[in-house]
Write a protein that binds this ligand. Structure first.
Ligand SMILES: Cc1ncc(COP(=O)(O)O)c(C=O)c1O
Length: 376
C-alpha cells in the first residue's frame, strides 16, 4: 500500500504496480485476439508513464493537434488521430505527427484527404453504426442526430482513398456489447468491409475491470476476424489502461456544520480536480470511508472552490474527520488529471508515481506561475 503521508497534499499518485497489473491483461488480449490495442490519450495524458505504456500497446490515438504532438514527442510514434473536426490552421502539423488520420465526415475527407494521402498517411472515416449500449445521452455517440460519424443513409459510396473505418460506440462496456456493435457494423456497412484494410473499434472496452471477461472479448474478436480475415482490427481504449491505478490525496482543513449537515472542507475541489463526480455524476470511493447506514453520522466532502455545488457525499467514517486528516479518493487517474482546471486559482494537485520498490517519485508540482501562464 502506498504511503500517502509521503506526498504533499493535494496530489495525484499513480501506483506503478497497479498499472502493470492492467498492462498484463492488455498484453494478454493483444496476444490472443490478434487485435492491435492502442492507447487513447484523452483518458490519461500523463506522459511520464508513456515509456511504460509504449511497451504494452501498439500505438497511441490522439484527438487533437496537442495530443498528436505529445504522442510523437513522448510516446515515440506517429499517432492514429481522430478529431470530430479539423481546422486548416492545424492540419499541416497534425499530418507531421500522424500516420493514420480518421475523418468525421466525407466533407472533411474531401477538404483534407488528398493532402494526407500524398504524405502516405492512411485515411479513415468514422461511421455511426446506429448501435450503442450507452444509456446516458451525454456519452452516447449514436444518440439521435449525433454529430459523430457518418450513418449509412448519409454515406452512399465509400470515397476513393479511404483505407479504414472507425466506430466508437462503447463506454465502460462488456464483450457482448462489442459483439452487438460488430453486428451493427456488418448490418449497415458490411458491403464496405471488403474494400478497406483496417477497422478501428474505438474505446470503451473496459478489459481491466474485475468483472470483465477478457476471454470472451478475445473470442468475439476472433469470430469477427474469421469472417473478415483481411482486416487489421484496432481497439483504442483509454480508461482500461489506467483504470483503478491511482489516487488523489487531500487534507481536511476545516469542518463546517449547518442545519444538521456536516462538511469536511478539503484542499481539493470536485469542480476543478474531479469534475466527473459532478458531471456524470458519481460518488467516488474514499479509503477508510463507507456508505452511511441508518443512524450513522453522514459526512459531505466540501471542495475549496466557491461554487455552491462543489461538494460530494455522503460518506460515514469510524471516527469523525478532523482538520489535518488525510482523505484519499480512489481511482482518480483516468479522465481526472486530464480534465482538471485552475478555476478560482485553487492550488493544483501535484503528480507523483509510487514505484514498485516503494519509492515515491514526485513528477510535477504546480504553482502560481502555472495559473498565471494560462491567463493574460
Ligand atoms: C473516439 C474515441 N476513441 C477512444 C475513446 C476512449 O474510450 P475509453 O476511455 O472509454 O476506453 C473515446 C472516449 O471518449 C473516444 O471518443
Amino acid at each position: 500500500m502506498v504511503d500517502f503521508t509521503k506526498v504533499p497534499s493535494p496530489c495525484f499518485i499513480l501506483d506503478e504496480e497497479l498499472l502493470e497489473r492492467n498492462l498484463a491483461k492488455i498484453d494478454y488480449v493483444r496476444r490472443e485476439s490478434g487485435a492491435e490495442i492502442i492507447v487513447a490519450l484523452k483518458a490519461c495524458a500523463m506522459w511520464s508513464i508513456f515509456p511504460i505504456l509504449a511497451q504494452h500497446s501498439d500505438g497511441a490515438t490522439a484527438s487533437s493537434l496537442a495530443e498528436a504532438r505529445l504522442v510523437f514527442e513522448e510516446y515515440g510514434a506517429r499517432a492514429h488521430t481522430y478529431a470530430p473536426v479539423y481546422a486548416e490552421r492545424e492540419f499541416e502539423e497534425i499530418m507531421r505527427y500522424s500516420d493514420h488520420i480518421t475523418f468525421n465526415s466525407v466533407s472533411q475527407f474531401e477538404r483534407f484527404g488528398q493532402r494526407a494521402l500524398l504524405r502516405g498517411i492512411s485515411c479513415g472515416l468514422r461511421i455511426n453504426p446506429e448501435y450503442s449500449p450507452v444509456e446516458t445521452d451525454l456519452y452516447n455517440p449514436c444518440v439521435k442526430g449525433s454529430r459523430l460519424g457518418v450513418t449509412r443513409a448519409e454515406l452512399g459510396e465509400l470515397p476513393d482513398g479511404i483505407e479504414g473505418l472507425h466506430f466508437h460506440v462503447l463506454c465502460e462496456s462488456r464483450p457482448e456489447h462489442l459483439r452487438k456493435a460488430f453486428a451493427a457494423v456488418e448490418e449497415h456497412f458490411g458491403d464496405l468491409l471488403g474494400k478497406i484494410e483496417w477497422l478501428n473499434c474505438g474505446g470503451g472496452h473496459l478489459m481491466t475491470h474485475a468483472d470483465y471477461d477478457c476471454d470472451e472479448l478475445i473470442a468475439v474478436i476472433r469470430e469477427f476476424r474469421s469472417r473478415h480475415p483481411h482486416l487489421r482490427i484496432i481497439l483504442e481504449p483509454g480508461s482500461a489502461f489506467t483504470w483503478r491505478t491511482g489516487f488523489l490525496t487531500s487534507t481536511v482543513e476545516d469542518i463546517v456544520r449547518n442545519g444538521g449537515v456536516n462538511t469536511a472542507m478539503l484542499d481539493v475541489s470536485f469542480a476543478c480536480h474531479m469534475p466527473d463526480c459532478l458531471e456524470m455524476p458519481y460518488k467516488p470511493a474514499i479509503i477508510g470511508a463507507h456508505d452511511p447506514q441508518v443512524g450513522e453520522k453522514r459526512w459531505r466532502m466540501g471542495g475549496n472552490s466557491c461554487l455552491a455545488g462543489d461538494y460530494c457525499g455522503d460518506w460515514a467514517f469510524d471516527r469523525d474527520p478532523e482538520a489535518g486528516d488525510l482523505i484519499v479518493f480512489e481511482d482518480m487517474i483516468h479522465y481526472t488529471m486530464v480534465k482538471t482546471t485552475m478555476f478560482n486559482g485553487v492550488s493544483h494537485p501535484s503528480i507523483a508515481i509510487a514505484r514498485k520498490n516503494g519509492e515515491i517519485e514526485m513528477i510535477k508540482e504546480f504553482g502560481y506561475e502555472d495559473f498565471k501562464s494560462r491567463m493574460s
